[in-house]
Design a protein around this ligand. Sequence first.
Ligand SMILES: [Zn+2]
Length: 113
Amino acid sequence: MQERIIAMLEFARQLVRAEMERFECPHDGEYDGGDNVCKECIDGPECQWLYATDTVAALESRSIDQLSEALEFAIISVAANAIEKEHNPQTCRCPVCGWLIQAEALQAEIQGH
Ligand SMILES: [Zn+2]
């Protein structure tokens, strides 16, 4: 189960990172809690999430609950992005919408435990 959640998170991380690049982040998406630029940045929550789910954060050692929390944030963030671009995950066949459907199914599976 852990591996499936981590694989799911990886796609979201790539998306969030690509979004981040549009905003010319001075830290290149590496959240720095000591920098006011990061504290005041509108992308702060996404960035902290990205940082918290970075490979160096040893996702393998996280509990299912913690990973589920990270996945929940990823779903909200990716869904907001899809809506902004006027995608409808129910009918759209793009990779982003496909990911949303799969991620929500996985989340339901985790919570069904
Ligand atoms: Zn789509």
